[in-house]
Design a protein around this ligand. Structure first.
Ligand code: 3PG
Ligand code: CO
Length: 546
């Protein structure tokens, strides 16, 4: 249970946390869609409200190093738990470095199965060093170990990134990886890339937004049904030439063939490792492999394989059953404490970020802590490339949020506006400016309602994205020029901090930040505003009460 705050009795109205996904802060204006956007509300807030900036990347959110950008999973985990846990990226890197991954039952079963049947070990996953969903070094370490453990044949199914890494960088990964495999093949070990495609074209759907993506992935990796090429490099070069301007995440699927035959279909008795550590975009394909009865699409053929995920992607639903590394055990979350205290909660977003304000927010837990105290609202996302609809569902979310707040039922609410992030990931600068303006417009509608209810808004973000729309040169910090002298579009998150704005027309507190506060400070801030002390394991809040 929460203890009463020693001095502050709590605000009367709702405490609303507004997550402007992908809206970080950078003092630079060139290539900054937030600086370029018309944002009268945000400008006014920053001019008139108490605010600070929070760390949203690197160790402050449990990533292995401060070179690692933040992402929505680790960001919402920190916001919703008030604590910093070592995250999947860190846990897997440690498990590989210490060798514990290879001593675990899951790895041994994967290897034993392929050895016993003389079958193939397949790896499927995001092929980059983005370290948001996966890291290519983890893949390489596992292939080396599979060889040392006596396997004969490995096939790799590569999901091209261009979203957590530069938008047309696929060949920077494929080239060296082919050399790496060729080296391993010298003494007869048979390891090859077997299929692939852009991560937004196949396999990595999330929150059941578009099962067709997963079906296309299944056909590609398992059935070997996609366009044929002799190598991944040939596939990427050909598909790029045929689709001018296409970026890696959208490349169509391909299958590598030899003498007209796919070299890497997945059959009964094979072993399969899905090497992403992050769950949201790994759950659906894992279900397709694991479930006996499976409704979302016709698998045509369902091979009986020994399947493992890098992590367990959903601990409550047990997906997948077998996994190589245990996920962070996030406990004592804000949602759990509020539920125990009898405080009502509303969570709302559109499909693309719905799991972020529920599952990730609650420490990777599906379902509610308390059915009657919690209301979860999902507004269905569009199924179009988001640069074509940069407003996404912001208006609908705002309509529903205002309606819900006016019922007076919710003491706390959290909302995610996905625009800055989802449109920022397309690399389309013009559309991202509109996306940011859309969020500003939503704030303009929402804040007066919160104020009229005598509530407070905490306006923040989970990580940056729209704040840097051009790839910056690591040394100079200036935008990199492409061959045509045009700055290179950047699709990934940034290392920038995020704003934290305390919107309270009654000015009941002042913002304090010792300088190193991260996203995990927001949970304590929330309970303080409700008139409670934060539990001891949470990082300290950002407000001092007068
Ligand atoms: C994605 O999955 O879309 C990106 O890799 C990361 O985006 P998110 O962390 O903002 O969801
Ligand atoms: Co993102």
């Amino acid at each position: 249970m929460l203890k009463k705050h020693p001095t502050f009795p709590g605000v009367k109205g709702p405490v609303v946390t507004i997550i402007m996904d992908g809206i970080g802060y950078s003092p630079k204006t060139f290539g900054n869609a937030i600086a370029q956007a018309y944002t009268p509300t945000l400008d006014r807030l920053l001019a008139t409200c108490q605010h600070t900036f929070l760390k949203a990347h690197g160790k402050a959110v449990g990533m292995p190093s401060d070179e690692d950008m933040g992402n929505s999973e680790v960001g919402h985990n920190a916001l919703g738990s008030g604590q910093v846990y070592n995250q999947g990226a860190s846990l897997v890197a440690e498990a590989i470095a210490s060798g514990t991954l290879f001593q675990g039952a899951a790895w041994r079963e994967i290897i034993a199965n392929a050895r016993e049947h003389g079958s193939t070990l397949h790896f499927i996953g995001l092929f980059s060093d983005g370290n948001v969903h996966s890291h290519i070094d983890h893949l390489k370490a596992m292939i080396v170990r599979a060889k040392a453990d006596g396997l004969q044949r490995v096939r790799v199914h590569i999901l091209l990134d261009g979203r957590d890494v530069p938008e047309t960088s696929a060949l920077d990964y494929v080239g060296p990886f082919e050399t790496f495999l060729a080296e391993l093949r010298k003494d007869g070990f048979d390891a090859r890339i077997a299929s692939g495609g852009g991560r937004m074209s196949i396999t990595m759907d999330r929150y059941e937004a578009d099962w067709d993506m997963v079906e296309r992935g299944w056909r590609t990796h398992v059935l070997g049904e996609a366009r044929h090429f002799e190598s991944a490099t040939q596939a990427i070069e050909t598909l790029r030439a045929e689709h001018p301007g296409i970026i890696d995440q959208n490349l169509p699927p391909f299958v590598i063939v030899q003498d007209g035959e796919s070299i890497g279909r997945i059959f009964d008795k094979d072993s399969v490792i899905f090497f992403n550590f992050r769950g949201d975009r790994a759950i659906e394909m894992s279900r397709a492999f694991e479930e006996e009865e499976f409704a979302p699409f016709d698998r045509v053929r369902h091979p009986g394989v020994t399947y493992a995920g890098m992590l367990q992607y959903d601990g409550d639903l047990g997906i997948p059953r077998r996994y190589l590394v245990s996920p962070p055990a996030i406990r004592d979350t804000l949602g759990e404490y509020l539920a125990a205290e009898g405080i009502t909660q509303l969570a709302i977003s559109e499909t693309q970020k719905y799991g972020h304000v529920t599952y990730f927010w609650n420490g990777n837990r599906s379902g509610k802590f308390n059915e009657t105290l919690e209301t979860y609202v999902e507004i269905p996302s569009d199924k179009v490339p988001f640069e074509q609809r940069p407003w996404m569902k912001s208006a609908e979310i705002t309509d529903e949020l205002i309606r819900q707040l006016k019922t007076g039922k919710h003491r706390t609410a959290r909302v995610n506006y996905a625009n800055g992030d989802m449109v920022g990931h397309t690399g389309n600068y013009q559309a991202t400016i509109i996306a940011v303006e859309t969020v500003d417009l939503a704030l303009a509608r929402l804040l007066p309602v919160i104020d009229a209810l005598e509530g407070v808004a905490l306006i923040t973000a989970d990580h940056g994205n729209a704040d840097e729309m051009y790839e910056l040169d690591k040394k100079t910090g200036e935008p990199q020029q492409s061959v045509h002298g045009i700055p290179k579009a950047k699709t990934s998150h940034t290392l920038n901090p995020v704003p934290f704005i305390y919107y309270d027309s009654r000015r009941r507190a002042v913002v304090t930040n010792p300088g190193d506060a991260g996203l995990s400070a927001v949970a304590a801030t929330t309970v303080n505003l409700l008139g409670y002390q934060a539990p001891g394991m949470w990082d300290r809040g950002l407000l001092e009460f007068r």
